[in-house]
Design a protein around this ligand. Structure first.
Ligand code: NAP
Ligand code: ZN
Length: 359
């Protein structure tokens, strides 16, 4: 076991503060990673504030963070795919049962016995898993990804969640080249959705509640931007979309977007608001439209996405912050004031004075 500095929340109303946690000594198939950067996902905030209490209640203390990029510092005796010094990533999953039909298909994100990177029962140490707002992490090599070395590291971290969460449903939809694709919400997930949709050759329309993001949306790759609170602007697109990706983190009118789909059009939810959304059956019936959901992606597809990003030089647009600013970053994220992902420079945690870590 080794003691590791981390930032944790003690309750749903507490700020994140400096803490010390235990990491296991690597077993024969484990990789130990020194964390360099960790993105801040809205799911971190939902979990810290226990907003998903009915589905996944939060166990405290909670150390969030599942957009991890770092360097391998130690490997177990049976590790074959990594060596010390390798640049690697870890996303939302650190384990699964490896035997169920989903795992056999490389869809570990759908395994009923998966272990999430934080707030999941920890099979090794008991208690719950602790995420990436920490100096280091120990992970089964199956869940460790290779990071292309040509990419800007702070911007790579968000690929491990925001990247795969938007890449996977677009790939699954089929070939979106030349199709009309909408992305709802220009936050961490949304801005990656725009980059991927553009890279796949779609005609991309961004729906935003923030008029000041218009220029950025165009720069990120959108062909058109719609201010979603403007009914007239929305109406112009009625019945015209092939596919819409909804990344909104809060309550919103989903029917307004279903009505924008054309025949057999699909809207996929990746955003996970706290409360259920009201869906109009008629909006779906007319036009034979469908509504679906998608959650991150499996390990093989996550590697494929990282390799795709390496080839096309795609990373997240990030604001790099020291970990001491994490609570401020959460407040800004709630106000949609992030362009477009916070990435924590973990050197700031290493250098933080910590009486506990000296004991
Ligand atoms: P984020 O950076 O906060 O972005 C969410 C965006 O939604 C905001 O930037 C804002 O965009 C828009 N928005 C916020 N409040 C809104 C409201 N009341 N009405 C309409 N639009 C609103 O969050 P994120 O990290 O991208 O995560 C988005 C959601 O996806 C969260 O619920 C998160 O938990 C979930 N998530 C799901 C998965 C998965 O596997 N399915 C993975 C990761 C995250 P505009 O300013 O452009 O309107
Ligand atoms: Zn996430």
């Amino acid at each position: 076991m080794n003691r590791t500095k981390a930032y944790s929340a003690a309750s749903s109303t507490s700020p994140l503060t400096l803490d010390a946690i235990q990491r296991r000594t690597p077993t024969e198939r484990d990789v130990q990673i020194e964390i360099l950067f960790c993105g801040i996902c809205h799911s971190d905030l939902h979990t810290v504030r226990n907003e998903w209490s009915s589905i996944m209640p939060t166990v405290y203390p909670c150390v969030p963070g599942h957009e991890i990029v770092g360097r391998v510092t130690r490997i177990g005796t049976k590790v074959t795919r990594f060596k010390t010094g390798d640049l690697v990533g870890v996303g939302c999953l650190v384990d699964s049962d490896h035997t169920c039909p989903n795992c056999k298909d490389g869809l570990e994100q759908l395994c009923p016995n998966q272990t999430l990177t934080f707030n999941s029962p920890d099979k090794h140490l008991g208690g719950v898993t602790y995420g990436g707002y920490s100096e280091r992490i120990v992970v089964d090599e199956h869940f460790v990804l290779r990071v292309p070395v040509n990419l800007n590291l702070p911007g790579v971290a968000p690929l491990l969640c925001a990247g795969i969460t938007t890449y996977s449903p677009m790939r699954r939809w089929g070939d979106i080249k030349g199709k009309k694709v909408g992305v709802v919400g220009l936050g961490g997930l949304g801005h990656m959705g725009v980059k991927f949709a553009r890279a796949f050759g779609a005609k991309v329309v961004v729906f935003t509640t923030s008029p000041d993001k218009k220029e950025d949306a165009l720069r990120l790759g959108a062909h058109e931007v719609v201010i979603s609170r403007n009914g007239d602007e929305m109406q112009k697109h009625a019945g015209s979309f092939d596919f819409i990706l909804d990344t909104v983190a809060a309550d919103h009118d989903i029917n307004a977007y279903i009505n924008l789909l054309g025949r057999d059009g699909n809207i996929t939810l990746v955003g996970a608001p706290e409360k259920p959304l009201a869906v109009s059956a008629f909006a779906l019936l007319f036009g034979r439209r469908s509504l679906s959901g998608s959650i991150i992606g499996g390990i093989p597809e996550t590697q494929e996405m990282l390799d795709f990003c390496g080839e096309h030089n795609i990373t997240a647009d990030v604001e790099v912050i020291p970990i001491q600013k994490v609570n401020e970053a959460y407040e800004r994220m709630v106000k949609s004031d992030v362009k477009y992902r916070f990435s924590i420079d973990m050197a700031s945690l290493k250098s933080e004075y910590n009486q506990q870590s000296k004991q």
